[in-house]
Design a protein around this ligand. Structure first.
Ligand SMILES: [Cu+2]
Length: 314
């Protein structure tokens, strides 16, 4: 299997994707190749990673917890008013009770911070800086009053798997949640039109391809951003569970073109609505294309061993 495919596999993979987005140690998960080849073994469906005991239940998607695996996210400061720049500041408390100061570089950064309104608007992908005491800070503006969700996506030094911890923020004022956008396979941002093909299917690996055009012309000189031509975050609409996926292939691998297509593989844990945020860089600027998509619950996912499909009672 080539590097390109492995990257894709790792970023999205199976349940693992939701468990730890930046799990650098999980590049070579054996699960997806089999699934991707349609070569499921005799047991049918998903055999589990042979290095880990089978989980007792469905893994908890990333980003829903403020503490996991002994690590806890602690918010220290946040902008106190809408539309006013302020410090967003936090730290990660480690298993020993002290602030963590050692983080692995993943996708060129030691910390990826995502902030989004509870209504899924106002998405920001930020890279704060850490001081010597483990306090991460970034200047930012939260445009509107209301509830926000913040995700710290990181790999503790020597800690193996990546973690995504999530917490709520609130900006005082009258909250007017945005109406959900219609499901759409196209998105426009700053004169770019991005078209999505492919589908999300719960329990199966889906191929997603984004085609970037500008003024109707295909963009074929995308620039690497954080070591890739695109970064994709998916949030489950109803609870803001977090899925960070990565493209198949990387700049300079000899196989991956700088557009117009950016290909990903993704798996989502359940049917329903997801919001996709695609970051891509062109002309020296990073832009975010936003899509509302539905993971189709109509197609039955492959059953786990011993797990009878649930009835669709209502
Ligand atoms: Cu980042």
């Amino acid at each position: 299997m080539n590097t390109a495919t492995r990257l894709g596999v790792y970023g999205l993979g199976l349940a693992v994707a939701f468990a730890g987005a930046f799990g650098a140690g999980r590049l070579a998960d054996p699960l997806l190749p089999a699934a991707a080849d349609g070569a499921a073994d005799a047991g049918g469906g998903h055999a589990h990673d042979d290095t880990a005991p089978a989980p007792a239940g469905a893994p908890v998607p990333a980003g829903l917890q403020v503490a996991a695996d002994g690590y806890r996210l602690e918010t220290l400061a946040a902008p106190g008013a809408a539309d006013e720049e302020g410090d967003l500041s936090f730290r990660v408390i480690g298993p020993g009770g002290d602030p963590v100061t050692g983080f692995e570089v993943a996708h060129e950064k030691r910390m990826h911070l995502i902030v989004v309104g509870r209504d899924l608007t106002g998405y920001q992908h930020l890279h704060p800086r850490m001081d010597g005491d483990g306090v991460w800070t970034v200047r930012t503006t939260l445009d509107d009053p209301g509830p926000y969700r913040m995700y710290a996506d990181f790999v503790p030094m020597g800690g193996g798997d990546g973690l995504v911890l999530g917490t709520d923020l609130a900006v005082p004022g009258a909250y007017r949640p945005a109406d959900p956008p219609p499901v759409s396979a196209t998105a426009e941002v700053d004169g770019y039109e991005v078209e999505l093909s492919g589908a999300l299917e719960p329990g199966a690996t889906g191929d997603l391809t984004f085609t970037v055009r500008r003024d109707g012309a295909e963009v074929t000189d995308l620039e690497p951003y954080l070591g890739a031509y695109g970064h994709l975050v998916a949030l489950r609409e109803d609870d803001l569970a977090y899925l960070h996926v990565h493209p198949e292939g990387a700049p300079g691998d000899g196989a991956t073109a700088p557009g117009p297509d950016i290909a990903f593989r993704a798996e989502v844990p359940s049917a329903g609505g997801y919001r996709l945020y695609l970051d891509f860089q062109h002309g020296g600027e990073v832009r975010t294309a936003v899509f509302a998509v539905d993971a189709d619950g109509g197609a039955a996912p492959p059953a786990e061993d011993g797990g009878a499909p649930e009835e669709h009672g209502h």
